[in-house]
Design a protein around this ligand. Sequence first.
Ligand SMILES: Cc1cc2nc3c(=O)[nH]c(=O)nc-3n(C[C@H](O)[C@H](O)[C@H](O)COP(=O)(O)OP(=O)(O)OC[C@H]3O[C@@H](n4cnc5c(N)ncnc54)[C@H](O)[C@@H]3O)c2cc1C
Length: 390
Amino acid sequence: MSSSQPFDAAIIGGGVIGCATALNLACGGMRVALFESDGLCRAASGRNAGTLTMLYTRASLIPYAIRGREMWRDAAEWLSRDAGFHHRHGMELAFSEEVTEELAVQHRLRSEAGAPIEMIGGNRAREIEPALSGDIVGAAYSEVDGYAKSYGIGILFHAALKEAGVTVHDGTPVLGVEPGPGGHVVRWAVGQASARLVVMTSNVWIGKMAAWFGVNFPITIRVNQGTISERIRPLFNSILRVPNELSLKQFEDGTVLMGGGRGEHWVEDADKGDAQQDISIVKSKMAGAAECARRVIPALREGRVVRTWTGYEGFTPDNQPLIGPMPGVEGVFVAACIRSGFTIGPFAGRLLADQFLGREPEMPIFSPAFDPARVVGMEPYDREASAQIA
Ligand SMILES: Cc1cc2nc3c(=O)[nH]c(=O)nc-3n(C[C@H](O)[C@H](O)[C@H](O)COP(=O)(O)OP(=O)(O)OC[C@H]3O[C@@H](n4cnc5c(N)ncnc54)[C@H](O)[C@@H]3O)c2cc1C
């Protein structure tokens, strides 16, 4: 199964970043092929908590997250579909004065980057969310927060990409990219296609793809986790977060999603799947998430956990994304390891497409801070420093 007509662009990796890039390029007039090993948005992009928050986005990415959140809100305009966006307030909670002060320092950086975050006391937090525990001393509060429904996003993208004329090769792991007529040849098990431009949007798999070109990206893979409860009576409306522990939201159907959980969980090889995960950590994070949720909202004792799942996030040595040219390889680009990548995804895709279409992007996307070449030769991300993940 080979395509004789060269494509203008081949996108490798059908998560939210790859789908949004492919869609915007096709809408800009390019002939685009999108390659995805599995189904669209079934890795991190379909397993994440869907939170569109400024409260745990890295300060350097806040301007991108603000615009990404707006794009999820306005998904009907660019995706021609409702992505299940809900506006909510957000609060990051502290159970001590010491943590309140730490939050104030961290959030000052985010505020300076444009996030509308203010510090409030425990009583004000309980006025906003009466079900909150009396033990909460202070909180960082943002009026601008919310979520979109990540678990159904691949189906929406699939339909929109087809409508835009993108050739979608799902269930198609790419095995290599080599120089060829018209630019590059993208090769998979039963076929190949030519493309002038190749964009690798493969997140935790980017290290493997860089190796095709003899480039070494030191990528560290963290297992993140989501846990969901049965339906419970409406208890709270805001998106809540306990620093370095979990995020908490209650959907309209009453289920409560707990994102994260105490403790770190890392794996070596994204291709080895769930089998390499430490099941004892998965269990303890699930139990810890439920316990922490009840500490935040005591009435959650009424509910039971029904399911937990995991997904992978890629960390670069400096925890900044890789966005820009593949070092030393003309016509091949990278957009991977973007923290808060679900929030930022639609906007990153638009900026990347503008860059490749020769239009002025609304914000710089090929910034020196994101340049993939900077990480070559660096030591991998320091796992002990994971408290700085936010
Ligand atoms: C549990 C969890 C909770 C999270 N919560 C949030 C949140 O609340 N808010 C938020 O903003 N972010 C959140 N994130 C982060 C967010 O999900 C990611 O940053 C984002 O989805 C990354 O998108 P992506 O397109 O870069 O990567 P991915 O979604 O990982 O997509 C990469 C794709 O590349 C494909 N691929 C790999 N190799 C090949 C190959 N050889 N050929 C073809 N395809 C290939 C993979 O199959 C995969 O589908 C969370 C992540 C996890 C795991």
